[in-house]
Structures are given as C-alpha cells and as structure tokens.
Design a binder for this molecule. Structure first.
Ligand SMILES: Cc1ncc(COP(=O)(O)O)c(C=O)c1O
Length: 355
C-alpha cells in the first residue's frame, strides 16, 4: 500500500474495538426487527432453556445448556463471578501484566489482589510475554486464593497460555474457582475442541467469552461462559427470569453463522500483524510483542511518548499509551483496518524522521 492516506476524523485505536464492524447480515436483521424482539420478553423458557442463543452454544460445544451463562458482555461475567464468590479479605490471583480492570473488581467487595508475574521470551523471532506456570503454582500454593484469573489471550500483552501448561495449572489449583477470560478468542486461533473436556474435568472452571471483539458487537454488550459442574450457584445467580436482550442475542447468532465474513477479516489482520512486527522492529528503540489478539503491545523510548501522542492526535489517531505499574514505556495499539494500520505506521515514521 503506497498511497498516502489521511483521516479527517479521529480514529480510535485505543480500546480494542473492531474497526471492521460485524457481519453485514447483522445490519440486515436490524432493518427488519419486529415487535417480538422490541416489546416482548422472550418465551424461550417455556421450551426449557434460557434462550435460543444459550441453546445454540450448548449444542455447538456439546455442553449442557444449564452450564451456559449469558451476560452483559464479559465485564459482567467478571463482576458476577467476583461479586458472588469473593468474600471480604479473600484473595484473587491475577496476572501482574493484566488488564487494569482486573485489579479493581476485588476491591469492590473488600477482597485482595495477589499477582503472578509473566516473563519475556521469544516466539517466531518476535518478543513475547509468557505465562510462568511453575511460578503461578508456587504462588497459588502459598497464597491459597479463592479465585484465580487467567486471560488467554491476555490484555495488554497479547500472549496466550499453551494448552498443556493450562492443564497443568488447572490441575494444581482445583481448590479455587478458576476463570479463564477468553475475550480475545478467535484472532489467534479458533480452536473450540478443548472447551468440553476442560469443563468436564475441572468442575470449578469458568471459561468466559464475548461477542465484543472477534464478532465486533461490543456495543450490543453480550457475552457468554461455560461453567463447571460445581458452579451451580453461579449458574442460578446469573439466570435472568425475564430473559436477556433479544436483539443482541439474535445478532450474536447471526454473527456465529457468518464464519466466512470473520475469517476474511482475520486473514487481513494476520497479514497486518506481520507487517507491523516488521515495521516496528526497524524503528530505533521500538519492540513489538507477539499478539494473538486484535491489538499489539509496543515498547518505545520513554522520551518520545508525550510528543508522539500529540503528533498522532493532530493526525487523528488515538492509541493507548499505558501508564501503569507494569507498563511505563509501552503503548497498546488496537489493530485497525488495513488503511488505519498503514496510516499509523506512516505517521510514526514521519514523526521519527522529524526528530
Ligand atoms: C481482557 C478483557 N476481558 C474482558 C473485556 C470485556 O469485554 P466485554 O465486556 O465487552 O465483553 C475486555 C474489554 O476490553 C478485555 O480487554
């Protein structure tokens, strides 16, 4: 792409929203929404399940519909789980290099965070954060937290936990409720086969997903989870007598049906990731990290952050310059459309040339 690009409005590459939007079939459905979805509660409960979406997910994953939880995005799942299970003064184990929001929820119920660190390695010639499972088990055994949280892929680092390591870890912490946050599922791999054996084997496990990221429905606020057999109380707690958002549920089902649309976007995004690793690696003092999500963590010289932020703002691009205990010199960049990605790289190059 050699054409000089320009954007006249602000491009939000700061909150990991899809820049491509959902399947066009979602817009078709919205044009034809009926009184049913707008004015009436669902009557799906008469058929013996929560909704056609939970039934669909149960069938797709071969898991009992009872064990499928629906929610107002995965933020809602995170809150429900922590608010329901974490008592005052109890501990939750979370990654040190985590989404800032994880660090906040335990405090809402008087609980404590205990953090486990990741380490930096290399994969396919690109720097990457990695889960240190032996260390995690050591901390788990010492601290005995009530809840353990793993994000795969993790925000903002973009790495995932390999399945053999995950099994080893889950096996070691059967005494806790373990939540795996898979909000960024789909971008690195669309594997689903492990869900049933994991849920069957680990009765205290919840695997949480969302339609916000891969399916580009963040504004619809819809997420789901699979809960292990010991989590009957969580399942009861999360059930909504009057049902869920019928429009969001329908949009989610339509998105699930249009695999082709999402595969095509993801293919372009994978190519763009390769392009961005290459470009950032050529820039002095910049380090991109391997990502399995729709964003990329990039380390850069601390001295340029303020000016670069301003420079990009003047050119209508917003990326997230992190300023947290674990990230003082990194920015998290949401992967955009091809045009947006190339534009961002061009802007950064222009900035560096002007120095
Ligand atoms: C790691 C992680 N989990 C969960 C969420 C919540 O997403 P949602 O509530 O839209 O499903 C986000 C949002 O950015 C996230 O980064």
């Amino acid at each position: 792409m050699t054409k000089k690009l320009k954007f006249d409005t602000l491009q939000y590459l700061d909150r990991n929203e899809s820049q491509y939007g959902p399947s066009p079939k979602c817009f078709e459905f919205l044009k034809n929404v009926t009184l049913d979805e707008l004015s009436w509660y669902s009557r799906d409960f008469e058929k013996g399940y929560k909704s056609s979406l939970s039934k669909r997910l149960a069938d797709d994953f071969n898991i009992s519909e009872r064990q499928v939880i629906l929610s107002y995005g995965s933020e809602d799942l995170l809150k429900q789980i922590i608010h329901y299970y974490l008592d005052r003064k109890e501990k939750i184990l979370i990654p040190k290099e985590a989404w800032w929001y994880y660090k906040k929820v335990a405090c809402e119920v008087g609980g404590f965070n205990v953090e486990y660190p990741m380490y930096i390695g290399e994969e396919d010639g690109v720097k990457t954060y990695m889960y240190d499972v032996d260390k995690m088990i050591e901390i788990y055994e010492r601290e005995r937290p009530r809840i353990v949280l793993i994000a795969s892929p993790n925000n903002p680092t973009g790495n995932r936990i390999p399945s053999d390591k995950l099994w080893q870890f889950l096996d070691a912490c059967r005494g806790a409720l373990v939540m795996i946050d898979e909000a960024y599922w789909g971008f690195g791999s669309k594997e689903n086969d492990y869900v049933k054996p994991y849920i069957d084997e680990f009765p205290n496990l919840v695997i949480c997903r969302t339609f916000s990221k891969y399916y580009a429905l963040a504004g619809c606020r819809i997420g789901f989870a699979f809960a292990g057999k010991n989590l009957e109380e969580l399942i009861n707690y999360s059930v909504r007598y009057l049902g869920y958002n019928r429009i969001s549920e329908k949009l989610a089902e339509i998105a699930l049906d249009d695999e082709k649309y999402y595969d095509e976007i993801n293919f372009i995004m994978q190519e763009d990731k390769e392009y961005m690793y290459e470009e950032f690696n050529k820039m002095d003092g910049f380090t991109p990290y391997k990502t399995y999500a729709n964003f990329m963590l990039v380390d850069m010289p601390k001295t340029i952050r303020k000016e670069l932020k301003q420079f990009l703002k003047e050119r209508n691009v917003l990326i997230k310059f992190l300023d947290e205990e674990a990230f003082k010199t990194e920015a998290r960049i949401t992967l955009g459309t091809r045009e947006q990605n190339y534009y961002l790289i061009e802007c950064i190059k222009e900035f560096l040339k002007s120095k």
